[in-house]
Design a binder for this molecule. Structure first.
Ligand code: HEM
Length: 473
């Protein structure tokens, strides 16, 4: 009896091994994607993508994979169009979610409702909100006596407060108090968790089903619970306050008047996206800009020459206006170049290949396969950016022969119908903050600063310590 059970067990193990080998042979030699190069383990297991995402430096891993395997790399057995299943993890059960919505038709309808509030025209409307946080930031930084300052942290406080200000006319009060009340860590945990759970959607589905019994083990769920509740409370408080508000909430409430189906819950979901998608992305970009500038004194000096000569001719106010900043050509080149080298999202933006399939770089890819690309990879392709693609050289954006090409391949905000809806807002913040801080402070990077990179669903850069000496302006 014992022997019989043993041989039965062996038979099951042998069968499982045969199935695994057949599956691996199929994936490596007979699948329609068999000829696409990539790590062996990625060809046979979807775990590979989730694994490299969990390690925290997927942005660099993807670039290395392309360097090793070429333009098209296979990073899962079944890895433009519809957003892939990984976005369901983002969306959860949320009915209004631009970033997470996979259905193109629903996405287009929802995006149409809110597009105006985020358009270029709305930027001037929101500028006074950014000004108030910026002036407060400069004053707070002037008061700090202990050097070097963790400028990265202050930038993050600024980016959060701006989101509160432009969304609900109420900064969160972080710059004022110099403290984030634990919210950054909570958000970081959520983004860290989302970074890998996105690539394990089956695991996510099972977890969500079991949640009533096992509780919530995934910080990624905070996006649609804790942060949604935070946004809902702010929206509620905002409707209870009187005043002529110049913010996104007021624009969305005016949409609601003609489209009542766009209810308060949907507005709160949109505001959750502002907090979730708009604060850390902007602060990471700002950290990269200051880090690269201060690391390259000749670029810093060139930018200071531009700003100072504009100051002397009265073309630069304090705080700098968006219009003035746009007219600073070297400043704009610096922003593009830093965001090229450190785009805030470095994982693949996954899309399902539509029915009928498509050909990518000579490889036929059948419908249903997930394809994606990463800004970290595109931004380092030498055929586009030249042999010095890894170098910080803002001048490349000013060279006549590159005009057009470079902006076309600038992928920090994604592209197509899913391009970042908040890109004008973050450009407004960045364009104003960088020159304003530079005209108000002399800056020097603290000794031995190297930014620490961690990629969850977004990139984080830690350790921007700077000596800041206030100037008389
Ligand atoms: C430097 C700052 C920012 C960067 C690098 C960035 C990056 C991106 C990228 C790459 C996407 C496309 C994602 C995809 O295809 O899956 C995206 C979408 C989105 N972003 Fe941003 N973002 C930034 C700032 C903001 C701000 C300030 C807001 C809101 C105030 C915002 C809200 C959104 C939303 C709602 C989407 C989804 C859009 C859609 O699918 O229609 N982002 N962002």
């Amino acid at each position: 009896m014992g022997l019989e059970r043993l041989s039965e067990t062996y038979a099951i193990i042998a069968l499982a091994a045969i199935v695994a080998v057949v599956y691996a042979v199929y994936q490596c030699f007979f699948s329609p994607l068999a000829r696409i190069p990539g790590p062996f383990i990625a060809k046979i297991s979807p775990i590979y993508h989730a694994y490299i995402a969990k390690r925290g430096h997927i942005h660099r891993d993807l670039s290395n994979l392309h360097r090793k395997h070429g333009k098209v790399v296979r990073i899962a057995p079944n890895v433009l169009f519809w957003k892939a299943e990984s976005y369901s993890v983002l969306q959860g059960t949320r009915p209004f979610d631009l970033a997470g919505q996979r259905n193109e038709k629903i996405h287009a309808e929802q995006r149409k409702l809110v597009a105006r509030a985020y358009s270029m025209d709305s930027i001037t409307y929101l500028e006074p909100q950014v000004n108030s946080v910026l002036v407060l930031l400069v004053n707070r930084l002037r008061e700090i006596r202990v050097q070097p300052i963790d400028l990265g942290y202050w930038i993050q406080l600024f980016a959060f407060d701006v989101i509160g200000a432009i969304s609900f006319s109420k900064p969160f009060g972080y710059v004022e108090s110099g403290d984030d009340a634990g919210i950054f860590l909570r958000l970081r945990k959520a983004l860290r968790s989302m970074g890998w759970v996105k690539h394990a959607p089956t695991f996510h589905r099972i977890h969500q089903r079991l949640m009533p019994y096992i509780g919530n083990w995934l910080a990624s769920n905070d996006r649609n619970s804790y942060f949604f509740e935070l946004a809902s409370r702010e929206i509620q408080a905002r409707t209870n306050r009187d005043g002529d508000f110049k913010d996104i909430a007021s624009q969305l409430f005016s949409v609601q008047k003609t489209k009542p189906e766009f209810n308060d819950t949907n507005i709160a979901f949109m505001m959750t996206s502002n907090v979730f998608a708009g604060s850390d992305t902007t602060s990471t970009s700002l950290r990269a800009i200051f880090y690269l500038l201060l690391k390259h004194p000749e670029k810093y000096d060139r930018l200071m020459n531009e700003l100072e000569s504009k100051r002397q001719t009265g073309e630069l106010s304090n705080p700098v206006t968006f219009k003035e900043a746009e007219a600073c050509t070297y400043l704009q080149a610096v922003i593009y170049e830093a965001m090229r080298l450190y785009p805030a999202t470095g994982d693949l933006l996954d899309r399902d290949v539509p029915e009928g399939g498509m050909t990518i770089d000579g490889h036929y890819v059948p419908g249903g396969v997930v394809v994606g690309t990463s800004s970290w990879v595109i931004h380092r392709v030498q055929e586009i950016w030249g042999p010095d693609a890894e170098e910080f050289r803002p001048e490349r954006w000013l060279e006549k022969e590159n005009e057009g090409t470079m902006k076309r391949f600038f992928f920090a905000f994604g592209g197509g119908s899913r391009t970042c809806i908040g890109r004008h807002i973050s450009w407004l913040e960045i364009s104003k903050l960088v020159p304003t801080l530079l005209i108000c402070f002399d800056m020097r990077l603290a000794d031995d600063v190297e930014l620490k990179e961690e990629h969850g669903a977004l990139l984080f850069l830690e350790g921007l310590k700077v000596h800041m000496t206030p100037k008389d302006v």
